[in-house]
Design a protein around this ligand. Structure first.
Ligand code: ADP
Ligand code: MG
Length: 376
């Protein structure tokens, strides 16, 4: 067990890292963040900031020497950096698990090979793959770059073979997956913490609404039958077991008819789990600290239903939003990530509304959205 007082290392210093850092500092740990951004949101709370590229050998060696354990807050931090660190210090999750999650093609192949459900898809690595991909995947479809996509970036709908050829060329022939565009009834996510001894704590299944490919709203618990929620939780746990995963894992799923399909996984806390900070006995970030340090897992049970509203840079159009519109609701919790520049579509913060009933939480969340100028 790594006890409070020790220093923890973090690859990536965005908002997820910021909330991890707050949880770790609260528990009495020191945190060193490695992030190339001098204005890293996590570095504001950290005890140290290595302000270089993720692969910088001097920074990696300093992290390895000074940190009792290292984790990551985003999957695009190179898995190789984690593998290098693992030679000298404890790394959770493993570079191998992160490598699977950071590549859509590997991710889908892994999930399918374990007999877990994914939608129809095909790899597109060069022009010779077009014909077979279009045979396996019905149009319209979505072409996604295998790596570096997030918040709907690196993906586009294609309606014809010509679209496919044009986009593939435009994206400089980067490896892609082609996915059938499914008629989604609902999107949900399951976030869990899995410890080194294989114990698992699963948060309530969350229902997610996206706008322009970016998470817009999370409703927890998801408004789905209990049996489907149990199936989703079971699916996520099986996936974590298959990966021999140690850390916090998020599994995004599509509900299509009565079926669940895994969309993608994230080897870290997830935007759709931010509600756990205010609504659960233990947050996803505290769980990340606990797993990293080998502490017993906390209790993920919710103390109330919750609705989380993402705050994107768009609402800064006319200057600083009127936070009074949030703060006047006693059940609303405002989280701002300390980012200096509010750009459209940039995640600037979120609000979590906790109320005695989900209906009431939704009502308050909708009132807040209206007041802040977010589309209903
Ligand atoms: P990202 O890494 O950007 O989150 P996702 O694969 O999760 O990428 O895609 C973002 C969103 O786009 C999804 O949450 C969903 O709303 C929509 N989407 C993605 N793939 C499909 C699909 N195959 N069919 C229908 N909608 C999809
Ligand atoms: Mg996603």
């Amino acid at each position: 067990m790594i006890l409070p007082g020790a220093t923890l290392g973090l690859l990536g210093g965005g908002q997820l890292g910021r909330m991890f850092t707050v949880a770790a500092r609260t528990l009495g740990y020191r945190v060193t963040v490695l992030d190339p951004d001098p204005l890293s949101p996590a570095a504001e709370f950290a005890t140290g900031h290595l302000n270089t590229a993720y692969t910088h050998p001097v920074s990696l060696s300093e992290l390895a020497q000074t940190c009792a354990a290292v984790t990551t807050e985003f999957e695009n931090a190179p898995a190789e950096a984690l593998v290098t660190l693992a030679e000298k210090t404890l790394v959770r999750p493993s570079g191998n698990a992160v490598a699977v999650a950071q590549d859509r093609s590997r991710e889908k192949a892994f999930i399918a090979s374990r007999g877990l459900p994914v939608g129809p898809y095909a790899d597109v690595r060069d022009e010779a793959d077009f014909a077979s991909a279009l045979e396996r995947v019905k149009l319209p479809a979505i072409l996604k770059t295998a790596r570096f996509g997030y918040d709907g970036k690196g993906q586009a709908t294609i309606a014809s073979r010509d679209d496919l050829a044009r986009l593939f060329a435009e994206w400089k022939r980067a490896p892609c997956v082609l996915e059938e565009r499914l008629a989604l009834d609902l999107e949900i996510s399951v976030i869990l913490a899995r410890a080194a001894d294989a114990r698992v704590a699963v948060f309530p299944v969350a229902e997610n609404r996206h706008a322009n490919g970016i998470l817009d709203l999370t409703i927890a618990p998801a408004r789905i039958p209990a049996a489907l929620a149990a199936e989703a939780a079971d699916l996520a746990v099986r996936l974590a077991n298959c990966l021999d995963y140690v850390g916090v894992l998020a599994v995004e799923m599509f509900v299509v008819g009565a079926r669940l399909l895994v969309n993608e996984i994230a080897p870290r806390p997830h935007n759709s789990g931010h509600f756990t900070i205010d609504a659960c006995r233990t947050s996803q970030f505290e769980q990340q600290v606990r797993v990293l340090c080998g502490l017993p897992l906390g209790d993920p049970t919710p103390h109330s239903p919750a609705v989380m509203v993402n705050l994107l840079g768009d609402i800064w159009g006319a200057g600083e939003p009127r936070w009074e519109a949030v703060l006047r609701h006693p059940g609303a919790h405002l989280h701002l990530y300390g980012k200096r520049e509010a750009r459209p579509a940039r995640k600037m913060g979120h609000v979590t509304v906790c109320e005695a009933t989900l209906e009431r939480a939704l009502e308050v969340a909708m009132a807040i959205r209206w007041d802040l100028g977010i589309a209903p």
